[in-house]
Design a protein around this ligand. Structure first.
Ligand code: PMT
Length: 403
């Protein structure tokens, strides 16, 4: 996947700079061409001679070549590259990138870069956790840059292991997977629902469910990373759940009725919809204005049906549009899913069962079966990110068939 790719490797002043040699070796082994641009502080940690011996190219660090005074054009490097990777990226460099402080060759190259930019932060945990660094990383994400780091990714709820630079082989693997994936959904618009819905009983109580939103977030990131514009309708999830890709437009809702209103408005402009939310089928008949007080022994809440978003979109579906549903089951899994597939007019349904360990609500993994009118494909237990890839592969295959 990296054969013939032109990579600009930016190196900054971190102890992890020695690992950039391993990155270069792997990139070159996989057929890439590497041009190093190093900051003055980077040179304190690793010598340009080592880097140029590995890349077979002069290392760029100044605006003018010290040897003959020729001008190093950051604009030309920006046009030459297929990708820019900044590894290690210090807090200082990340701050300069976020704020356009072009006081060295690496930052001017970054500002002129036409290719995708990958950033592998390297610093100690306190510096990483500082609000200033977090804000700057957010800013880089909003510029469409990719942040590469160990663990479950930027803004995961835990900071464990954060700040340390991701291992060279994983950095190279992420570049590879970026080029392998291609932008197979470029120009497509996808509506995705995620999370639970809350149905109000009174100002302090609601009927809800255990959905964390993790599966829906993984789908949104996967579609966006393939170039799709994502309308992401999200029920009430934890405030630590954040989207990363700027192509995801998040719309927060609380109740099934609010989710329904957004979905029916958006779907006509979409190429497809993936309905991953766990939507409450019923809602209290009346919402009390004030907190309901304990009175007798029993309390009865009368419920009325909510609109079925999936069934409504299934009726609205036009030729060339796709509709994908989920079924979370506890018994008679397959026949229940088959029923929903037909009733809601889905192109395919993703079945997950609470009988499978590690599947369904809240977990970071899921185990799914994709069911169409003609076929059934079972997948092993995987991370929700990988499950999202399988689902989106299926959707892309359908879109290609419908062309
Ligand atoms: O969020 P996580 O913690 O990661 O968990 C993921 C998940 C378990 C919520 C997800 O994988 C999943 O299975 N989502 C659908 C759960 C569900 O409640 O399915 P259902 O069988 O009730 O509904 C079938 C389909 O109709 C679903 O696509 C649902 O979004 C849709 N639906 C249901 C009711 C309704 N009123 N409107 C709908 O659109």
């Amino acid at each position: 996947m990296l054969q013939g790719k032109k990579i600009v490797l930016g190196i900054t002043g971190s102890i992890a700079a020695y690992k950039s040699c391993l990155i270069i070796r792997q990139l070159i082994k996989k057929g890439a061409e590497v041009q190093v641009v190093i900051t003055p502080a980077g040179k304190e940690f690793i010598t340009p001679i080592t880097l140029s011996a590995l890349t077979h190219k002069p290392v760029i660090s100044e605006f003018f070549s010290q040897r003959d005074g020729t001008w190093n054009s950051h604009v030309d490097i920006g046009l030459w590259a297929d990708a820019m990777l900044i590894a290690p990226a210090t807090a200082s460099t990340i701050g300069k990138m976020a704020n356009g402080i072009a006081d060295n060759m690496l930052i001017t190259t970054y500002l002129s870069m036409k290719a995708p930019v990958f950033v592998a932060p390297a610093m100690d945990l306190d510096m990483y956790a500082h609000p200033s660094t977090q804000k700057n990383l957010q800013t880089l994400l909003s510029y469409g840059n990719h942040i590469i780091e160990p663990g479950t990714g930027f803004l995961a709820s835990t900071l464990e292991g954060k700040g340390r630079m991701e291992e060279p082989e994983n950095i190279v693997a992420q570049l590879e997977s970026f080029f392998a994936k291609g932008e197979t959904m470029r120009g497509k618009k996808v509506l995705i629902t995620a999370g639970p819905t809350y149905e109000k009983i009174d100002p302090v109580r609601f009927i809800g469910n255990y959905s964390s939103g993790k599966m829906g977030f993984a789908l949104a990131e996967e579609c966006a990373s393939r170039g799709a514009e994502v309308e992401f309708v999200c029920g009430p999830v934890s405030s630590s759940m954040k989207t990363q890709n700027p192509r995801i437009h998040r719309i927060d809702v609380e109740s099934a009725k609010q989710m329904y209103a957004v979905c029916v408005e958006k779907y006509p402009q979409m190429d497809s919809a993936i309905l991953c939310a766990a939507v409450a089928d019923f809602t209290p008949d009346n919402v009390a204005d004030q907190k309901i007080k304990r009175t007798g022994d029993d309390m009865i809440i009368r419920l009325t049906p909510n609109p079925d978003i999936a069934a409504s979109l299934g009726k609205m579906k036009k030729e060339g549009q796709q509709l994908v549903g989920f079924a979370l089951e506890t018994n008679d899994e397959e026949s229940n899913a088959q029923g929903k597939l037909k009733r809601k007019n889905f192109d395919f349904i993703v079945l997950n069962s609470l009988n499978d360990k590690g599947a369904g609500f809240r977990t970071d993994t899921n185990k799914i079966t994709i069911i169409t009118a003609e076929s059934k494909e079972e997948f092993p237990l995987k991370s929700k990110a990988d499950v999202a890839k399988d689902i989106v592969n299926k959707l892309v295959a359908l879109q290609t068939c419908n062309k």
